[in-house]
Write a protein of this length. Structure first.
Length: 90
């Protein structure tokens, strides 16, 4: 009986440690710009699983800085790709 109680405790702890992703303001601007018809990078539309672009970018930005300002100011797909960390393959 001891092991099921420990397993239940571990599952309960794992479920409570999930944290909300803090969305970077620049991530919202960058994703909105990447979705624009002039730029139209698929990365701006989020994942097939329903995770938004801003959430993905914010999680990644927390691990390694991304050129969010450059993405937000890009006027074309080649310019956005020139910022780095994007493929913009349609």
């Amino acid at each position: 009986m001891k092991y099921p109680v420990i397993l239940l405790f571990l599952v309960a702890c794992a479920a409570t440690q999930r944290t909300e992703t803090v969305i970077e303001p620049d991530a919202e601007r960058a994703c909105a710009n990447l979705r624009r018809p002039e730029v139209h990078c698929p990365e701006g539309f989020g994942s097939a699983g329903g995770v938004s672009c801003a959430e993905i970018v914010s999680r990644r930005h927390a691990l390694m800085p991304l050129p969010l300002t450059c993405w937000a100011n890009a006027t074309s797909a080649p310019e956005a790709m020139g910022c780095g960390s994007l493929r913009c393959i349609r």
